[in-house]
Ligand binder design. Sequence first.
Ligand code: NAD
Length: 333
Amino acid sequence: MNFKHVTVAGSGVLGSQIAFQVAFKGFDVTIYDINDEAIKKAKERIEILKGRYKEEVINAKDDVAAIASRIHYNSNLLPNIDVIFQKEVDYVEGEVEAGYKRIRFSSDLKEAVKDADLVIEAVPELISVKEDFYKKLGEVAPAKTIFATNSSTLVPSQFAHFTGRPEKFLALHFANEIWKNNTAEIMGHKDTDPAVYKQLVEFAGAIGMVPLEVKKEQPGYILNSILVPFLEAAQMLLLEGVADAETIDKTWMLATGSPQGPFATLDVVGITTAYNIMQNYAQTADSEDKRYARMAEMLKRDYIDKGKLGVATGEGFYKYPNPSFKDPSFLKA
Ligand code: NAD
């Protein structure tokens, strides 16, 4: 794998994270988005991520210091935790700044992909938007460029013929908060060149992900084949008035020992993406009770129209930065 230049198309929740992580790991990154307004938002997201990466090391230092205090870490004999970690903080700060400087922005697709070895697509989870994007991309990208979709629920064979290069097209799917939830599910379609697949496995490792090889096309890969029905079941309970979001989350957390419930997870995913998934299902696979259409309507009416898009906007099902489910009293009787 000799990639140098990576273009990330779409700079929303996931696109911005992918771009930052790839640049942090030493690749030159171009972020492409549709217009100046979207590029302005992309720059703001990248600025926030720069802070998040630095915060992660500082939080890790605090966690280690807390453990050290419990195991009687002898700071007379051993180096002070702050001293050890200052080196890490300095190192990561240097890497974060260097990565930040490797990112460029463009709203001109041809210009954005002119040097790209790889384009990672993270545009909205809407079939028509992705189709249109691949048609345009196929026309302007150099012949060498590999295309990878980060789609959560759609499969590469749905778009392969629009790319003009089906053998160089596959899925590379990341999880939200990529820097710590570092999975990369890699999934080809029947015409993906095995050599291209192998290069993507290597690339995933090079950007700090654990490559997870999905052996056949599966809508939702491994993660979302489990997660989407789980989140859907929780939303159905809310929609039908069985319990409120906090009670549903609390039940899940207490019964499974999980650190967060389905609605806290939806806040991280972003309510817009959850809405788009429900809309897709409403159009392609709704049941007699029109559950997907009703769930989409609930998300739009109660959250999206009120600007509650999840963690990214400071409010979704919970308010951030200090959501109630993180309060130790949340799980008490
Ligand atoms: P988002 O709505 O946050 O961001 C979408 C971005 O695409 C926006 O910046 C928008 O301006 C841009 N865009 C719109 N039309 C475009 C076009 N024609 N060309 C280029 N850019 C365009 O969406 P998201 O949550 O980041 O999801 C993006 C993709 O990543 C989806 O396929 C989604 O399924 C997938 N994904 C999302 C998550 C998640 O947790 N949010 C996790 C894994 C994968």
